[in-house]
Design a protein around this ligand. Structure first.
Ligand code: NAD
Ligand code: TYD
Length: 358
């Protein structure tokens, strides 16, 4: 019994694999291009029997075809993506290549593979596409939260590329009966998140007594979910979700960005008082806002609660403390990411295979 996961060296993918190997104990084949966001340190310690890494692009038809033929996975989980909104604003092309064309390629190859299956194997097969709540656009403070019926209104090149992929996934169910499921999750946080994203950036800047950049007025609202809760939701969806359905996943923890910064500062001030004795909140620096910045995301997760019995376990306070602890306890991981050493290792070991990377 094997599953194929794409993007498994990234933040959520690696968390998913570590838990899957521990709890489900089935083999994982991990197709990852190892862009700047893919970090093999995230998967250190896994045996080759439990986890097989294949360095490659989800848009590469030959690689995906041969992987499916060789491993005959009962599920494909598509997490590979360019995932950072700010990067999508400055350089959107790779978002289209991976998020749209890469997903299209996976669907095409999965469709051919699915046609070769029969009986139990065909019934069991699933294509789980991991998407975001950002496809729904932006809410006002009084709007009801997003749910599975909310129309798509993406506002950034990132969210537009994810929305395009979600539409393709839906079309492959309607047109070809490929047993797809899509999840739309809110902002994740937790260990091993690349420090371009807000929470790890705040933790590392605060610990180093650097400025804490807040876009615009800092009153934008996000719903935050601890990554372990998201991964558990994905397992529930994989085992119990209905093909053709979509599921919204959230943490029920809406925060303004400024509230979030204050909570990070409080934890770090307690752990490591700053040399000048001032609270880290004095380092808050309001900087130019992100173009097209969505004001609020929020999730109505009644469907996944009622149909699949999933509810998040982590409170934001506990998850944030655990996240801060992880970054403090893993200075080696942080140093290798900040110095770029984790990339040098990839270049050395995967060389030309990775050259098209990014
Ligand atoms: P990430 O940027 O940390 O990791 C992405 C991974 O995909 C990396 O390992 C990278 O090397 C790999 N990758 C990129 N392009 C590839 C390609 N063409 N072929 C193969 N591998 C490729 O992202 P993440 O935060 O772990 O997000 C994973 C998925 O979850 C994404 O699809 C994202 O849209 C979705 N998502 C993320 C969040 C969040 O808050 N992080 C929330 C909801 C949904
Ligand atoms: P981010 O982690 O990039 O996730 P997303 O844009 O997908 O929600 O950003 C989370 C929020 O934090 C978002 O409203 C933008 C804001 N932000 C800042 O204010 N300053 C920063 O330096 C970053 C990276 C984000």
């Amino acid at each position: 019994m094997t599953i194929l996961i794409t993007g498994g060296a990234g933040f959520i993918g690696s968390a998913f694999i570590l838990e899957w190997v521990d709890e489900v104990k089935e083999k994982v084949v991990n197709l990852d291009k190892l862009t700047y966001a893919g970090n093999l340190d995230n998967l250190a310690g896994l045996s080759q029997d439990a986890h097989e890494l294949v360095v490659g692009d989800i848009a590469d038809r030959d690689i995906v075809t041969s992987l499916l033929a060789k491993h005959k996975p009962w599920a494909i989980l598509n997490l590979a993506a360019e995932s950072h909104v700010d990067r999508s604003i400055y350089a959107p092309a790779s978002f289209m290549d991976t998020n749209v064309l890469g997903t299209f390629n996976l669907l095409e190859v999965a469709r051919s593979y699915y046609e070769t299956l029969s009986g139990y194997e065909k019934d069991k097969f699933r294509f789980l596409h991991v998407s975001t709540d950002e496809v729904f656009g932006s809410l006002s403070p009084c709007d009801p939260p997003f749910n599975e019926e909310t129309p798509y209104r993406p506002n950034s090149p990132y969210s537009a590329s994810k929305a395009a992929a979600d539409h393709l996934v839906r079309a492959y169910f309607k047109t070809y009966n490929l047993p797809v499921i899509t999840t739309n999750c809110s902002n994740n946080y937790g260990p091993r998140q690349f420090p371009e994203k807000f929470i790890p950036l705040l933790i590392l800047n605060a610990a180093a007594d650097k400025n804490l950049p807040v876009y615009g007025d800092g009153q934008q609202i996000r719903d935050w979910i601890f990554v372990a809760d998201h991964c558990r939701a994905l397992r529930e969806v994989l085992f119990k979700g209905q093909p053709g359905e979509t599921y919204c996943i959230g943490g029920n923890q809406e925060k303004t960005n400024l509230e979030l910064v204050h909570e990070v500062c409080e934890i770090i001030d307690q752990k490591l008082p700053s040399p000048d004795g001032l609270s880290r909140t004095t380092r808050i620096a309001h900087v130019t806002d992100r173009p097209g910045h969505d004001r609020r995301y929020a999730i109505d997760d009644r469907k996944i609660r009622e149909k699949l019995g999933f509810r998040p376990k982590w409170t934001f306070e506990a998850g944030l403390k655990a996240t801060v602890e992880w970054y403090f306890d893993n200075p080696g991981w942080v140093e290798r990411v900040q110095s770029g050493a984790y990339r040098k290792w990839v270049e050395l070991h995967y060389g030309s295979k990775n050259k098209k990377g990014d």
